[in-house]
Ligand binder design. Structure first.
Ligand SMILES: N[C@@H](CCC(=O)N[C@@H](CS)C(=O)NCC(=O)O)C(=O)O
Length: 250
């Protein structure tokens, strides 16, 4: 793909969890038709110079609104609240909402899905492919000296991904993190009458948690909520919203 000059675009990937968040954000605001949805071929488009210029981390999603690039799902949520308020308002600056959002954003699902699940798992192929993609980044950096700083940002993201994919201890840490996040959320929902944030019926926290649960159930384990009745009930209510169907089944 080459750069497309259009004012309103969502660069995303249908298999990406944070892209799910961005798509759901647009559908919650009811503005999805104002944006062109452009899927990126990961490993190719996301590290091409035109995209690194927009999003130095080389990640999806990136929203282009009126020609201005907004990388990162949280920045997108804040931008949408500022430009397309007030209903529904995501309350992206409310500290209680942000606390929940950050807990869920910190989960590193790449490790859970594609990480080193046992200490003896053979990672030779992954290592070879990571070495190749790192070399490609260094080559691009040499060919595009004006983008050097931006490619250095991507290089850090690349090395972090390598840790998520190759280290068994990293996998164990994130697996324990997921288990504890699910237990905490189950308790919170029971204490707050089914709300993630006390006295807030629908906020940015709900968008993240719904999009992330949907992704986890499609990619990791469809029965992931089986021992979590409050979370399961919560998820069923969230996915009954018209915005959810618009986002993922249209
Ligand atoms: N903090 C970013 C995280 C985005 C992110 O991690 N995107 C992943 C997909 S879910 C990605 O693009 N990974 C591809 C890569 O780094 O090569 C956000 O919230 O948008």
């Amino acid at each position: 793909m080459s750069q497309v000059f259009s004012d309103n675009i969502l660069y995303y990937n249908p298999a990406s969890m944070f892209s799910n968040v961005a798509v759901l954000l647009l559908c919650e605001k009811g503005i999805q038709d104002q944006f062109e949805f452009k899927p990126l071929q990961m490993g190719i488009d996301n590290i091409a110079p035109w995209y690194i210029k927009l999003n130095p981390k080389g990640q999806v999603p990136t929203l282009i609104h009126l020609g201005k690039p907004i990388p990162d799902s949280l920045a997108i949520a804040r931008h949408l609240d500022a430009c397309f308020g007030p209903t529904p308002v995501f309350s992206a600056d409310d500290p209680n909402v942000l606390k929940v959002v950050e807990q869920w954003r910190q989960m590193r699902v790449l490790s859970l899905v594609a990480g080193k699940k046992t200490s003896t798992q053979d990672t030779t192929e992954t290592e070879a492919s990571l070495t190749q993609s790192r070399q490609q980044l260094l080559k691009s950096m040499e060919e595009e000296p004006t983008l050097k700083e931006k490619y250095l940002v991507r290089l850090d993201v690349h090395d972090d991904r390598a840790d998520l994919l190759l280290n068994h201890s990293t996998y164990l840490k994130h697996k324990a993190g997921l288990d504890s996040l699910f237990c905490d959320t189950e308790r919170t929902l029971k204490e707050n009458d089914g709300c993630l944030v006390r006295n807030h019926s629908h906020t940015l926290a709900d968008v993240y948690v719904t999009a992330i649960l949907y992704w986890l159930m499609s990619k990791l384990d469809k029965d992931i909520l089986k021992d979590k009745p409050a979370l399961k009930d919560y998820y069923l209510k969230q996915t009954a919203r018209p915005s959810f169907a618009k986002a993922f089944f249209n």
